[in-house]
Design a protein around this ligand. Structure first.
Ligand code: ADP
Ligand code: MG
Length: 248
């Protein structure tokens, strides 16, 4: 990453990406301030996951820039991509915990083995995180002894143990039984109250309204509307009107 002009904490400028000949991100511009929660909404296939993947270099855009804390991500440079990966952490719908490891070990493994951080420090961080999200009593349980909501909370703690600057959440409640959704949303509310910078993709519109400072509506790889959550009550475009009519 090279030094650039620091405008917003995370700033995306005219990002464009393709899968083969399919344009999946077209001129996406977006800025996120430190401590802000920005929600990405939009129909299936609109490019929300692709945008999150581009932040961590899982997909390489052909145009535009991603800048975090004044540093521009250089997609042509492996070291720059690795550094970016250290600054973002992403949690997906499918939590994919290591089934043969306890909760505590699931949370500690990447920071100790991959990041080579001090084992005692990592464990102290993990304990504090698990306590915070209500899993302090499950440290030595295995994933198959936990509910889906508990497993997804472990996945959140695992991502946070990496000490990211920005947490990316991609439909983290979509695979859960309805009665388990709220415990995961509660954990995210706690993180938001703590000032964690987050970009979240969610179809839980009540939650989006409550927790996000800004909502970005994407359709067909473009940002169509952006504004405070109240924009959902008075869509300016037909596309957002259609979308909210279907989802709310
Ligand atoms: P969303 O998360 O908003 O549902 P995605 O970012 O997953 O949308 O997908 C955006 C578009 O990119 C869709 O048209 C989808 O079919 C396409 N796409 C996603 N992943 C791939 C892939 N690995 N290869 C080819 N096309 C893909
Ligand atoms: Mg998606």
């Amino acid at each position: 990453m090279s030094k650039g002009v620091d405008v917003s904490y995370l700033s995306i400028d005219r990002l464009s990406a393709r899968y083969g000949s399919l344009d999946v991100l077209s001129d996406i511009s977006l800025s996120v301030e430190k401590g802000e929660v920005v929600a990405l909404i939009g129909p299936s296939g609109s490019g929300k996951s692709t945008l999150l993947r581009a932040f961590v270099g899982l997909l390489k855009p052909y145009g535009g820039t991603v800048r975090l804390a004044g540093n521009t991500l250089d997609y042509a440079d492996a070291a720059s991509l690795r550094r970016a990966r250290d600054r973002f952490a992403i949690v997906f719908q499918q939590y994919n915990l290591f089934q043969n490891m306890t909760v505590l070990r699931n949370v500690c493994i990447a920071p100790t083995l991959v990041k080579k951080r001090d084992k005692k420090d990592v464990e102290a961080t993990a304990l504090a995180l698990l306590e915070k999200i209500g899993l302090g009593h499950k440290l030595h349980a295995y994933p198959d002894e936990l509910s889906g909501g508990q497993q997804q909370r472990v996945a959140l703690a695992r991502a946070l143990a990496l000490k990211p600057d920005v947490l990316l959440l991609d439909e983290v409640t979509s695979a859960l039984d309805p009665e388990l959704v709220n415990e995961v949303l509660d954990a995210i509310r706690t993180l938001a109250a703590d000032g964690m910078t987050m970009v979240i993709v969610s179809h839980e519109m009540g939650f989006v309204r409550e927790v996000s400072s800004r909502v970005v509506f994407m359709d067909r790889g473009r940002v169509v509307e952006e504004g405070p959550p109240s924009m959902l009550d008075a869509p300016r475009t037909e596309r957002l009107r259609d979308f909210t009519a279907k989802i709310i």
